[in-house]
Design a protein around this ligand. Structure first.
Ligand code: ADP
Length: 409
């Protein structure tokens, strides 16, 4: 069985074709700058074929059509024909309260996703577009939606409610939803396998530190808290997002700088975070280089980022009452050796002690805590595409089983 995983952004898409027999990626790639004057299509196969195409690709329909053609190309393709794609698994950012698990997509689901656009105006429209294009190009192939928010739906009310008028929640859906759910789920489950312990017996803190960043506390296999909120703006300091701030800043700065609400939203999402503090970049590699050369604001950006992560690890340790496993994942978590070291420095009181030699690694599954550490600390590279493919397969198989049992008509 082959699952085609699609992750559509507003002007880009990432794809992977995964053979579910051995969970190997047969082909993968991305299309960028869709709708611009020059777009880029990249395609790689398991057998090391690689293609780069530079031409104008008008829309997602054309982009997916081109990817499907390349997958079937006589010379470097990996499929005889399109019917060898058995399921399409779509990443969907916001599932709201309606979706606490992955779903087979039908007209009712698309309608519900459209109702959620207001909760994720930057992400959900592109995800829905991907689903519609896939239905158009592969009408006989089932589509499954896998939500970034779903894993976090297990959070208790006391974690997801904000201390605001209750009607804002009841009437307008204002609550903590959390994001990066597929990543937190994957690395935490993988972590329990590495420890050879039952997932449900473990207390885990999972740090997804990429351009977008979030931390999740997991107990009994359920999320008990997470740093992102109604939107992916809350919590940690990120590449360009502010993370937590005093909401009073918003009316204050609107008046002081004569800004409107769209400008504020834009500034907090795209001009803040480590970019805003350093004035250099949203990328930790650039900031690290400048900090090493003595740039004070670059150093400050790193210090503030690490401090916020440390603060949440501490507060989640307090909520969990014990921590068995601390996980680092995503671009920074998997690769930034010094950032990991700085985050967990002086945390022996919490039973966290790093082994500096073991921490000297990038992009690999490694235990980086010392033998004395009470908490096992691991780097676990995330694999959101694999989670989407597994979920998509499970949803379709369950549906078929239910038809056989006569549960679904
Ligand atoms: P996203 O998927 O949210 O775009 P990623 O998880 O791919 O983000 O993380 C991208 C970020 O990871 C980069 O912006 C950079 O800050 C960081 N990163 C990647 N490689 C390294 C590295 N070798 N050292 C430090 N930071 C790195």
């Amino acid at each position: 069985m082959n699952v085609f995983v699609l992750n559509c952004g507003s002007s880009s898409l990432k794809y992977q074709l995964i053979n579910m027999k051995n969970e190997k990626v047969i082909a993968k790639g991305l299309v960028e700058k869709i709708g611009e004057n020059i777009s880029y299509l990249n395609y790689e196969t398991e057998a090391d074929n690689e293609i780069e195409i530079e031409e104008k690709i008008n829309d997602h329909n054309k982009a997916i059509e081109m990817v499907l053609e390349i997958l079937q190309n006589k010379e470097y393709g990996v499929l005889e024909n399109i019917n060898e794609i058995n399921i399409v698994g779509h990443r969907v950012v916001h599932g709201g309260e309606k979706f606490s698990g992955s779903v087979l997509i039908n007209e009712d689901v698309i309608k519900a996703l459209k109702e959620n656009i207001k909760l994720a105006p930057l992400h959900n429209p592109a995800n829905i577009m991907g689903i519609e294009v896939s239905k158009n190009l592969m009408p006989h192939t089932p589509d499954v939606g896998v939500f970034d928010t779903a894993f976090h739906q297990s959070m208790p009310e006391k974690s997801y409610l904000y201390a605001i008028p209750y009607e804002w929640y009841k009437d307008n859906g204002v609550r903590r939803y959390g994001f990066h759910g597929t990543s937190h789920k994957y690395v935490s489950e993988r972590g329990s396998e590495l420890l050879e312990k039952d997932y449900k017996d473990l207390k885990i803190i999972s740090c997804h530190l990429g351009n977008g960043a979030s931390i999740t506390a997991i107990e009994d296999g359920k999320v008990i808290d997470t740093t992102m909120g109604l939107t992916p703006l809350e919590g940690l300091v990120m590449g360009t997002r502010s993370g937590d701030l005093d909401a009073g800043i918003i009316p204050y700065i609107m008046k002081e700088r004569n800004m409107d609400i769209e400008e504020i939203d834009q500034a907090l999402n795209t001009e803040s975070g480590v970019l805003g503090i350093s004035g250099i970049s949203n990328d930790f590699r650039d900031i690290g280089e400048k900090a090493d050369l003595g740039d004070e604001r670059a150093q400050l950006a790193i210090d503030i980022f690490c401090r916020r992560v440390k603060k949440y690890i501490g507060s989640y340790a307090a909520l969990l009452g014990r921590v068995d496993l601390l996980i680092f994942t995503a671009g920074i978590g998997e690769n930034a050796i010094n950032i990991r070291k700085k985050i967990v420095s002086d945390m022996d009181y919490f039973g966290i002690e790093l082994d500096e030699d073991k921490n000297n690694c990038r992009g690999k599954e490694v235990k980086i805590s010392s033998d004395n550490s009470n908490v096992d600390v691991y780097v676990i590279p995330t694999n959101e595409e694999l989670v989407i493919a597994r979920e998509a397969k499970d949803v379709v198989e369950t549906y078929i089983k239910n038809i056989i049992k006569g549960i679904v008509g």
